[in-house]
Design a protein around this ligand. Structure first.
Ligand SMILES: Cc1ncc(COP(=O)(O)O)c(C=O)c1O
Length: 388
């Protein structure tokens, strides 16, 4: 008898996880592989967490919450979306989830019948394709080009639309390229969605991490788009709260309700303690996120010019905390480059192929790592490249 289902055996094993494990087991290794803030939890949230636990009886911490999420948190999220993103939703159009990854999964479950298609960029965040395929959906790829700074081309999206298309998936600021989509591009994509009657899934995990005065625009805020867009956001990146597993989706009520039915059977509700903490996070003064954002920007301003100096062409990312570097001058394949760099120079970076076939010839470097470590890693990379 087969031990594991075919569906499960077909899932890719994560190279990032393997690299992160190797990096954590070796003191010598500097990891630029992980997509997780290196900052400690903001102090105000540590204090709040202690208070939440002290008052655990009153808070009924050991109990489930409503499947859609605590009403006060959904109200606060709706307010945040209105004030910060110009997205007008009611609290009953918000679903609180165990991280935005769960929200995306539930979103695909709610919108895709088997064989229906999601149009998405190649390269793109590695969590999308397994989630689409697990619900028997089909990814339809739109290639990104380095010379366009890895921005999505609306003409290529238009060409990718078929009778089976249901969703256009956007991720701005983007993992792995750091690209921020401009308003005019988003408007063109919005027109396609309306014209072809498609949903837009807008993954805004890195919405608060934008640089050089770039603006993050939520597609749901564009004229007439409210009924077409599901917005996905998270507490993981903005507030360095990855481990609390708290995210949410907001959008058309019928989809949110359908998503809640499936999250009910996955996890019943998002962790109670995290929801109470999230409520506090949304009330924090802007300086908490701004301090982290500024530090990411300082690291980016060192890292990206240095990569270019070393001959690895890297467009200046306008958001998130990743640089996507062209390694073709080394004549190595992405995975081979990463394995050699890890073995010889003890620096962990991620092969571009982890993010799709169009990532071959690239590596992703995360600057969610201490500044001095990034400096050291670049010195090691320089010696490594000199030996080629
Ligand atoms: C683009 C993007 N979307 C979604 C997620 C999932 O984040 P979480 O489930 O922690 O909210 C990640 C995590 O790295 C990501 O990079």
């Amino acid at each position: 008898m087969e031990d594991v289902s075919e569906r499960e055996s077909d899932l890719p094993s994560s190279i990032i996880e393997k690299l992160t494990r190797i990096a954590s087991e070796s003191k010598e290794t500097i990891s630029l592989s992980i997509g997780e803030p290196d900052f400690a939890m903001p102090r105000a949230l540590v204090k709040e967490l202690k208070k939440i636990i002290r008052q655990n009886k009153k808070n009924k911490l050991n109990q489930y919450t409503s499947g859609q999420g605590i009403p006060a948190l959904r109200e606060a999220i709706a307010k945040k979306l209105k004030e910060e993103n110009k997205v007008k939703v009611n609290a009953d159009e918000v679903l609180v989830t165990s991280g935005s990854q769960q929200a995306l999964f539930a979103g695909f479950l709610a919108t895709l019948d088997p064989g229906e298609e999601v149009i998405l960029s190649n390269p793109g965040y590695l969590g999308y394709i397994p989630a689409i395929e697990l619900v028997s959906g089909v990814p339809s790829y739109v290639p990104l080009k380095e010379e366009d700074d890895f921005a999505l081309n609306p003409d290529l999206i238009k060409k990718a639309v078929t009778k089976k298309s249901r969703v256009i998936l956007l991720n701005s600021p983007s993992n792995p390229t750091g690209t921020v989509l401009k308003k005019n591009i988003l408007e063109e994509i919005a027109d396609i969605a309306v014209d072809k009657d498609l949903y837009i899934f807008s993954d805004e995990a890195y919405e608060k991490l934008v640089y050089d005065g770039s603006k993050h625009v939520s597609p749901a805020s564009l004229n007439g788009m409210k009924d077409y867009v599901l917005t996905f956001q998270t507490f993981s990146k903005s507030y360095a709260l990855c481990g609390f597993r708290l995210g949410y989706a907001a959008g058309p009520k019928k989809i949110i309700d359908a998503m809640q039915t499936s999250t009910h059977y996955m996890s019943l509700c998002a962790p109670h303690v995290s929801q109470l903490l999230g409520l506090k996070a949304l009330s924090l003064p802007k300086k908490y996120v701004e301090t982290m954002r500024k530090e990411y920007e300082r690291r980016r301003n060192f890292l990206v010019p240095r990569l270019n100096e070393l001959g690895l062409h890297t467009p200046m990312p306008k958001g998130a905390f990743y640089a996507f570097s062209n390694i073709t001058p080394t004549k190595m394949k992405s995975l081979q480059f990463c394995n050699k760099l890890l073995k010889e120079a003890h620096v962990a970076v991620v092969p571009g192929t982890e993010f799709g076939s169009a990532g071959d010839g690239y590596i992703r470097l995360s600057y969610a790592t201490d500044y001095k470590q990034i400096v050291r890693a670049m010195n090691r990379l320089e010696s490594f490249l000199k030996k080629r």
